[in-house]
Design a protein around this ligand. Structure first.
Ligand code: GLU
Length: 548
């Protein structure tokens, strides 16, 4: 009888679950290899929490020689946008995350476990739904929205758990004859699970980061197939993660409460359960308390925010790794240049409580990350960013390419590496004053320090020009600076000055500050010797003249 109902509902479904089991056999992978998946809805937006999850998917597959695939969950038509798949693929590529299998653009895909776009898997879901109907584990439900609302109202009045179950599951009680008649009459319907659960029984579940959790069994006759023939998230999750042979489902903690239902679905479908890692929600500190980061209120909720603000992908990923595993930070300190693949993520070490997104900390991480880059990489990536977000800077960087790279190369290696760039937008602050086009654009505001008397400044600059030679090595150069200091009554060494402060007007540092400020307007710059050398004598003289 149930077979008759199943055939009536799904006349075109001719394959059986066994056929699909054969089509998508267990993957031939080494023991311990993890098969993970990133399963977004194509909403045109990548949330920072999704990037966090996708990074974890990728890392775990990589470190176990497994597979990480991309599945597009587009069964909820109203939330999708046209270019949604490309937005996801390109948005993750920016962070160096790519997939072994799955959609590669709006129309193509790769891998043997597809289709990887849920809307193209209708037949597969319907085949499993058909089999459940045949086995008396699913049924059509004809309740209209109004009827469902009325049930909910009754439940509210009775103060009982809402939902479609027990005495409230009206269509569950229809005879198969009645069901068939209503289908034949053309009434719209959904397919519901005939839940075998009991509220008095409990299930035990083990999450890899949350440990053992106990829940009451699911009793809800949830919708498996909607009236448009497409599956709900829950049903698609069970069918897809089984057939695509996912070993580890990594998803947001908002799904933990659905676990009893998912355990039951895997049971009735006869599937082996994968392992689960429910990742913590990304939080932010707001006026002293923590709250969920919000797509509407917080620009940093979007993964694209980081690229647009010029934070390199390596820094963002390193930062997410910090949130993920508390021992990552230490590892990174010891291995600043090592590829991420050398760090082994331990899923058990992931914190299960809200992960705090701290932009100040990210900025720190980013400074350290950029400090490991070569001047060429900084130039190339900075230029790429500037072309989009600071075109004036981009033009200057291109026009003065070698000069810019040389400047960026100052203090780039050795024990004291510069850490003055946290994001590409900082390049303006770092470079602009060295380009004559910007320096002479408007009157310079000089940040003179201890020596502020214009006459003295002139004399020092004049004397300095007499002795400065571009070909001097650093020691000779510094000795000449000391000579100038001495000439003006300043100590050659800071410690000489400190020992006898009354014998000097100041020390060599006061003199070099005059040179630095006259040259750049500012008190802080990278190594002065290098700056002078890169500007060259002619430009130095010209800059000294405008001090006025
Ligand atoms: N499409 C689901 C979401 O965007 C995916 C959850 C999962 O990874 O299973 O929330």
């Amino acid at each position: 009888m149930s077979k008759e109902l199943a055939d009536l509902i799904f006349p075109n479904i001719t394959k059986t679950p066994e056929d699909y089991e054969k089509m998508y056999p267990k993957r031939d992978l080494l023991e311990g290899a993890m098969v993970t998946r990133f399963a977004p809805s194509p909403t045109g937006f990548i949330h920072i929490g999704s990037l966090f999850g996708a990074n974890l998917d990728r890392r775990l597959a990589d470190q176990t020689n497994g597979v990480c695939y991309l599945r597009i969950e587009d069964t909820d038509g109203k939330r999708e946008i046209d270019d949604g798949i490309n937005v996801i693929i390109n948005g993750l590529k920016v962070f160096g995350i790519e997939f072994d299998e799955g959609a590669i653009n709006e129309t193509e895909e790769k891998g043997n476990y597809g289709p990887y776009i849920q809307s193209k898997r209708k037949d597969i879901y319907q085949c499993y739904a058909k089999s459940l109907i045949e086995r008396g584990l699913a049924y059509p439900c004809f309740c209209s929205q109004e009827e469902l609302d009325a049930i909910r109202e009754r439940q509210e009045k009775m103060k009982v758990v809402p939902g479609y179950y027990g005495e409230f599951a009206v269509c569950r009680k229809l005879s198969e004859q009645q069901m068939m008649e209503r289908v034949k009459n053309g009434e719209p319907y959904v397919i519901r699970l005939k839940s075998p659960g009991s509220m008095s029984r409990k299930i035990k579940f083990k999450d890899m980061i949350r440990g053992n959790i106990e829940f009451p069994e699911n009793v809800q006759d949830i919708v498996l197939i909607k009236s448009d023939g497409l599956p709900t998230y829950h049903f698609a999750h069970a069918v897809d993660d089984h057939l695509m042979r996912t070993t580890h489902v990594i998803r947001g903690e908002e799904w933990v409460s659905s676990i009893p239902l998912h355990v039951q679905l895997f049971q009735v479908l006869g599937f082996e359960m994968p392992q689960y890692i429910h990742t913590p929600t990304i939080m932010k500190e707001d006026e002293g308390s923590k709250r969920k980061i919000s797509k509407r209120k917080d620009p940093e909720a979007a993964a694209s925010y980081y690229k647009d603000n010029g934070i390199p992908k390596e820094a963002v990923i390193d930062y997410l790794m910090n949130i993920l595993n508390s021992n990552f930070e230490n590892w990174r300190k010891q291995n600043p240049h090592a590829p991420l693949s050398e760090f082994k993520v331990d899923p058990h070490k992931i914190s299960s409580s809200g992960a705090l997104l701290d932009l100040v900390k990210l900025s720190d991480v980013s400074k350290n990350t950029i400090a490991t880059f070569t001047a060429e990489k900084i130039y190339n990536e900075g230029l790429e960013w500037a072309k989009e977000f600071d075109t004036e800077l981009a033009e200057l960087m291109e026009k003065h390419k070698d000069f810019t790279i040389n400047i960026l190369n100052i203090e780039r290696t050795g024990t004291k590496v510069r850490k003055d760039i946290a994001k590409w937008s900082d390049l303006r602050e770092n470079l602009a004053y060295l380009y004559d086009e910007v320096f002479y654009e408007k009157p310079v505001e000089y940040e003179w320090q201890s020596i502020t008397d214009k006459e003295t400044i002139h004399q020092i600059l004049e004397e300095y020009l007499k002795v400065y030679d571009e070909n001097d090595d650093k020691d000779t150069w510094f000795n000449k600076m000391k000579d100038v200091a001495e000439k003006f009554g300043y100590a050659r060494e800071v410690k000489e000055y400190k020992a006898n402060p009354e014998s000097y007007k100041g020390h060599v540092g006061d003199i070099s500050t005059v040179i630095r400020v006259a040259l750049t307007g500012r008190r802080n710059t990278p190594d002065l010797y290098e700056i002078l050398k890169n500007l060259g004598k002619e430009r130095i003289e010209k800059r000294f003249v405008v001090v006025g």
